[in-house]
Design a binder for this molecule. Structure first.
Ligand code: DGJ
Length: 737
């Protein structure tokens, strides 16, 4: 395994036992793309995979007699003989945008370098994989382009990024710099994207890839509810369990573009990176620009195989810190319990009841600071409101810890209300365009995090509270998209940098906080799931998946999210009925059965439940404590999709495969229906498993091939006392005997 360079053919082959990635230095000095897929034997040359043919209407490069339009490339540019959209574009002082980056040198080394100021996957030592660094140069401009490729031992994954360096003596303007581009030889794929809106994030959308451009993107300053910086190409015959699947995931939280362009020869160009729309980066002489990282995954084990690779990689080599490998505390968050209507006494009463039922962490949500009595004031004033909390956060956190629980706190550090002391003192600290009206979202403006002094001031305020109080968890919220994006601190020719500089500022604040408060568990949030992306997981190992806490909706949201992100990263809570987003009633058991598959918690006042319901809650918490290791760190399989069926199912299997937890969800009740079975996955075929409620054992192969019998009373004549309801569900626990 490793990376080899074949001198004679001038080809790089990156491979491990799962995947091969092959690049060729072409005759014109540019890089050609030969192969990305299942591992193949290494050989001196794969040059035959670079096919050339005379084609009518081709524009030929003079010296070489070949056209870039017809070769598959690695990091293409536009304007010579390729007419597809490029990976890069650089505006020069003479107005030209042409570039010609040709090979100069390479370096291969063990391990993986950090990307300064940016989130990225990592290797803990140099035996975990290898990195290839290819340096190209545009000789006319004297600009260097360094392409980085890291391959992880044992994983079907390659991480990529690009860096531009300018030693030329004069400035250029980068207007497009994708993190990755790959030309695949055919287009026989289904394209899958994860799209939605507030409260229905990451719904699975599938369509056949066709000639032309298909893309998803964000222009909102954050990755967004609407689309996710993650796409999948799967062979039409592939499914959850078998067949070829490619996943492309961007480790970035700002404006992005994920695109596949299929040309008329059916070559598919996939690219992923910062959205070039509205982006310009002035690269002064002596400076460099590093793109975010993109992760490319190949699976020949279907969609589950691709997801499991991303889950392992992101859980263990993207997430960091003391919480990376720890099961997550069962929490109770007061947001849906009180909204802004609370005082210290009320909070302590809610916490006491939570403690009685086994909750480990009490989280105080929005409303604890400044003059915050509604969402129209206070953001930016990060000091406790002592009318509500006489002892401040320090006093409240000590009271919560005295109850035997940990204490967590909500913040929204990137925002400011015009009605706040911070805004009154620094009106120019908000992103706003001179002479234009500033649009508000939720009565707030976005702070200019491209400015270090703004980030420093926010850091000082929040670090003060964290230093004096007992805070074990932070929920970091972000509740609006960016409009009128313009920074008072930067000159006109740098305004195209502000969206990216903003997110770099967010990352820098996160980094400072996690370095200085390493014990704190961070959960990111953006009006629910508007910034659920791989970039955030580098700083916060879990994310509030959606503001929609309705169990039936959550099945879809968590199912869709699981394609790209690990179960443990999904904040998932049981909330009250009628549900506050859908006004729907679902059984308390089902609300728990869905929320188990995530970082589990409650979003209600337990004092308002009946004794019978409290008993259910106590049992749920005990169950989660017993099985969270398996659920949060086991191998996760999607079994049946809520987007295609009335019944959805998923399961987690422990590393030793001796314990499994299956979640089985029936959305609407049915009557006199078929007998049902669910084929399980990932078990040991020769081992006997006891399925708890059946009081009977089954061999693993039987459960995987004949299936687990899941027929319920609706397969027959239902009668009072023996029936299901709408939104009925069941958890099966399997234990090897
Ligand atoms: C949006 C979040 O997603 C909610 O969970 C809650 O924290 C509110 N903001 C508070 O304003």
């Amino acid at each position: 395994m490793g990376i080899v360079f074949h001198e004679s053919s001038r080809e790089f082959h990156l491979y491990n036992h799962k995947v091969s990635y092959i690049i060729k230095i072409m005759e014109n000095g540019q890089l050609g793309q030969l192969y990305f897929g299942k591992r193949i034997h290494d050989r001196e040359s794969f040059g035959h995979l670079l096919e050339l043919a005379a084609r009518p209407m081709a524009a030929l490069q003079q010296d070489f007699g070949f056209s870039l339009e017809h070769v598959r490339q690695e990091y293409p540019s536009y304007g010579t003989t390729d007419f597809r959209l490029p990976a890069l574009e650089i505006l020069q002082d003479n107005g030209s945008r042409l570039t010609n980056f040709t090979y100069e040198s390479y370096r291969i080394f063990g391990g993986k370098p950090v990307l300064c100021g940016l989130p990225a996957t990592y290797m803990e030592d140099e035996k975990e994989g290898d990195t290839l660094e290819i340096t190209l140069r545009d000789k006319l401009l004297n600009i260097k382009l360094i392409l980085l490729y890291s391959i992880f031992e044992g994983e079907g994954a390659v991480a990529r990024s690009a860096r531009f360096e300018n030693p030329s003596g004069k400035a250029v303007w980068i207007t497009r710099a994708m993190s990755m581009s790959v030309d695949l030889p055919d287009c026989d794929y289904d394209w899958i994207q994860f799209s939605g809106a507030w409260s229905r994030e990451r719904h699975v959308k599938v369509r056949r890839l066709e000639q032309g451009i298909q893309a998803v993107s964000s222009t909102r300053g954050h990755s967004s509810h609407n689309h996710n910086p993650f796409i999948v190409l799967k062979r039409p015959t592939a499914d959850e369990f078998q067949g070829e699947v490619l996943g492309f995931s961007l480790v970035y939280s700002g404006n992005f573009l994920a695109q596949a362009e299929v040309d008329t020869y059916n070559v598919t160009r996939v690219m992923l990176g910062i959205n070039p729309f509205s982006f310009t980066w002035k690269l002064e002489s002596g400076q460099s620009f590093q793109t975010p990282e993109a992760v490319m995954v190949y699976s020949d084990q279907g969609l589950n195989g691709m997801s499991q690779t991303l889950h392992r990689l992101y859980r263990t080599r993207l997430a960091r810190g003391v919480w990376r490998d720890k099961v997550r505390p069962v929490l109770l968050n007061n947001w849906e319990a009180t909204y802004f209507d609370f005082n210290e006494e009320k909070l302590v009463d809610i916490a006491k009841a939570a403690k009685e039922d086994g909750v480990e962490l009490f989280v105080l949500d929005d409303g604890w600071f400044g003059a915050r009595s509604s969402d129209s004031s206070g953001l930016g004033d990060w000091y406790a409101n002592t009318e509500r909390l006489p002892g401040g956060i320090k006093g409240l956190s000590e009271k919560i810890e005295a109850l035997g629980m940990k204490f967590g706190l909500w913040v929204e550090l990137e925002m400011v209300n015009p009605d706040s002391d911070l805004y009154r003192a620094h009106p120019d600290w908000a992103l706003q365009t001179p002479g234009r009206t500033s649009s508000q979202g939720r009565n707030q403006l976005v702070l200019d995090f491209s400015r270090k002094e703004v980030v420093d001031c926010i850091y000082d305020m929040i670090a003060g509270i964290l230093s004096e109080s007992k805070v074990s968890y932070i929920k970091w919220d972000m509740n609006r998209s960016i409009t009128e994006c313009y920074s008072a601190a930067f000159p006109p020719d740098r305004q195209g940098e502000i969206f990216h500089r903003y997110i770099l500022g967010v990352y820098s604040l996160y980094e400072r906080l996690i370095q200085n408060f390493p014990e704190i568990l961070f959960e990111s949030c953006a009006s629910g799931g508007a910034r659920f992306d791989a970039g955030m997981l580098f700083y916060a190992p879990q994310c509030w998946t959606s503001d929609d806490s309705d169990a039936a909706e959550r099945i879809k949201i968590q199912y869709g999210t699981s394609f790209g992100y690990p179960v443990v990263s999904m904040g998932a809570h049981v909330s009250a009925v009628p549900n506050h987003q859908l006004f729907r009633f679902t059984p308390l058991e089902t609300r728990g059965n869905v929320a188990y598959f995530g970082a589990f918690g409650y979003e209600l006042d337990l004092q308002k439940l009946s004794e019978d319901e409290r008993k259910i809650v106590r049992d749920q918490i005990a169950f989660m404590k017993q099985y969270r290791e398996v659920i949060q760190f086991g191998t996760f399989y999607r079994l049946q999709s809520p987007f295609e069926n009335n019944i959805a199912a998923w399961m987690s299997v422990s590393e030793d495969k001796k314990t499994a937890v299956v979640g089985y969800y029936k959305i609407l009740n049915d009557v006199n229906c078929e007998f049902r079975r669910m084929k399980l996955k990932g078990l040991l075929p020769d081992v006997r498993y006891l399925v708890d409620d059946k009081k009977e054992w089954f061999y693993g192969d039987e459960l995987m091939h004949a299936g687990l019998v899941t027929s319920d009373p609706s397969s027959g004549q239902a009668y009072p006392g023996n029936h299901c309801t709408d939104f009925w569900s069941k958890i099966y626990v399997l234990k090897a005997q």
